[in-house]
Write a protein that binds this ligand. Structure first.
Ligand code: C5P
Length: 222
């Protein structure tokens, strides 16, 4: 299979990162989680007491920020200015604020620029919200993964339970729906299925089903 570029988009907790990791592993590709980049900026903004609504301050902060994504044993490791923040960027406080940080034009154009530099060589699976529409509009394969909010909240709840994190199902569902709403109604590259993306409703699909389906299509296109 050739070094194609696979763009994987969809709403929060649709299983994109889990699937993307496995697809990349199966194809020998590199996995890039772009949500981690927005989360890292959000984490630093919170530390620096910057309001997520302040576009200019966020942009200035980003221009003085080095975000590195490195492959690790259990998936991607994230570094902020040389320090590992892989688990820190998953904190509730970051999750609650990330969509407000990610809606700004200045922030997005810089992030998209950095992401485009990462995909130059192909052989990648990139997941996010605007990969097929803005980051790699000419990707060889675009997949839009969806699932009902109920099912996505259920998956996140189970994931937390496994990690020993206590959570409230209704609260999780509300947080997911709120993030989806901000992501899909923002003015700059909102979350939307690209016209030429293949839509996978994963509500009744297992991760293995999703991985097999995507790698099958990738083989046809590669
Ligand atoms: O993928 P994840 O849920 O970690 O993404 C966190 C947030 O980052 C999303 O809810 C969205 O606001 C933002 N994001 C984005 N564009 C991307 C990836 C993530 O706006 N390509």
């Amino acid at each position: 299979i050739k070094n194609i570029r696979i763009a994987l988009d969809g709403p929060a907790a649709a299983g994109k990162s889990t699937a993307a990791k496995k697809i990349a592993e199966k194809l020998g590709f590199i996995y890039i989680d772009t949500g981690a980049m927005y989360r890292t900026l959000t984490y630093k903004a919170i530390k620096n007491h910057i309001n997520p609504k302040n576009e200019q301050e966020l942009y200035d902060l980003l221009m003085n920020t080095v975000i590195e994504l490195k492959p690790g044993k259990e998936g991607q490791l994230v570094f902020l200015d040389g320090h590992e923040v892989t688990s820190e960027i998953r904190q509730q406080e970051v999750t609650k604020n990330v969509s407000d940080v990610a809606l700004h034009q200045l922030v997005r154009s810089e992030m998209v620029k950095r992401q485009q530099e990462l995909v130059q060589n192909g052989g990648i699976v990139m997941d996010g919200r605007d990969i097929g529409t803005a980051v790699i509009p000419d990707a060889e394969l675009k997949v839009f993964m969806s699932a009902t909010a109920e099912e996505r909240a259920r998956r996140r709840f189970e994931e937390h339970k496994k990690q020993g994190i206590e959570s409230d199902f209704q609260e999780l569902k509300a947080e997911i729906e709120k993030r989806d709403h901000i992501d899909s109604t923002r003015a700059v590259s909102p979350l939307v299925k690209a016209d030429d993306a293949i839509e996978l409703d994963t509500t009744h699909m297992s991760i293995t089903d999703v991985v097999n389906k995507v790698t099958e299509i990738a083989a046809e296109r590669g």
